[in-house]
Design a protein around this ligand. Structure first.
Ligand code: 13P
Ligand code: SF4
Length: 303
């Protein structure tokens, strides 16, 4: 650990704070996080922590979810530029219009949405349980927002349902191309190909498995294979290398999420020193958004 990291650890202790970090965070931020995980795991940690303050090193919707699950706690988001562009692709007014066009159809919202969109939703999902959540609903028609690619992945497992999609997508995962994956497969024929379900269908077709980021970690830890091509944000490889030592990982070109990389150690230190930037949400939004989030947590993981 460097001096800055040590001072952050000291500040955490003094202030009774916990740092939750997403698997795509910079290596140095991962190193000072108390918990690393995917959106599902971090939501569970946020709902359980006894610490007074949560510093959320991830994108906006993740910090908001932590606040929704813990309205009485202080939730700090160290850099306000860390905003997920996919979550910004749908808003509550547009979702209300879509609901009016499909009366009675429940709304499954990917956790990558604003608190206002969650407040208009019946249940949330993450990439770790999207198939399970959709399968659990008795309805034939389901509105799924905002990620069409995740929705198309789910549709493979629920052929009997009519899914209504929203034209949202992850700019990072659509940069992962089938051509680049195939080139890596030729170079490393022994490697297993693991991708995130936010990838496009043609990419998922050439992968061995599609998993959430935590699902990718669990898979490499238990697989008998030694080499893996990782079709998700490149920073994921820091955690994989640390927690699956001896295994070899190949990153797909251009798979970077600029928003996830916004948070630097200096931002984390400043957030604890200045208590910035506090997540504040209207009470009525918290009350309504909490319902679909808690339903999602109760449903558990499928991977
Ligand atoms: P996970 O929940 O799988 O970590 O994914 C979050 C995300 O933003 C993927 O782009
Ligand atoms: Fe959002 Fe995609 Fe970045 Fe995940 S990788 S935070 S979905 S832009």
């Amino acid at each position: 650990m460097n001096d800055l990291q040590r001072s952050i650890v000291e500040l955490k202790r003094e202030k009774d704070a916990i740092i939750l970090g997403h698997n795509y965070q910079r290596k140095e931020v991962q190193e000072i996080s108390d918990f690393l995980g995917d959106s599902y795991g971090l939501s569970v940690q946020a709902s359980r922590t006894a610490a007074k303050i949560i510093v959320f090193c991830g994108v906006d919707f993740m910090a908001e979810s932590a606040k929704i699950l813990n309205p009485e706690k202080v939730v700090l988001h160290p850099n306000l530029r860390a905003r997920c562009p996919m979550a910004a692709m749908v808003d509550a007014a547009s979702l209300k219009e879509l609901k009016a066009q499909h009366p009675g159809a429940p709304v499954v919202s990917y956790v990558n949405t604003s608190a206002e969109v969650k407040a208009e939703s019946d249940i949330c999902c993450t990439s770790a349980n999207a198939v399970k959540i959709v399968q659990s609903l008795p309805d034939k028609k389901i509105i799924f927002v905002p990620d069409t690619n995740l929705g198309l992945y789910v549709q493979r497992f629920v052929k009997d349902k009519e899914m209504v999609f929203w034209p949202g997508y992850c700019p990072t995962h659509v940069n992962i191309t089938r051509e680049n994956l195939e080139r890596l497969k030729e170079e490393h024929p022994e490697a297993e190909v693991l991708v995130h379900p936010e990838c496009t269908p043609d990419v998922i077709d050439v992968a061995d498995h599609a998993y959430s980021t935590e699902g990718i970690l669990r898979h490499v830890q238990t697989s008998s294979k030694k080499e893996f091509i990782i079709g998700t944000e490149e920073n994921m490889i820091h955690r994989l290398s640390k927690e699956a030592p001896g295994k070899i990982f190949y990153a797909v070109p251009n798979a970077t999420c600029p928003s996830m990389r916004e948070i630097a150690l200096e931002d984390v230190r400043d957030s604890l020193v200045k208590m910035q930037y506090r997540i504040e949400l209207p009470d009525d939004i918290i009350i309504r958004a909490r319902v679909p989030l808690e339903r999602m947590i109760r449903a558990g993981r499928q991977e």
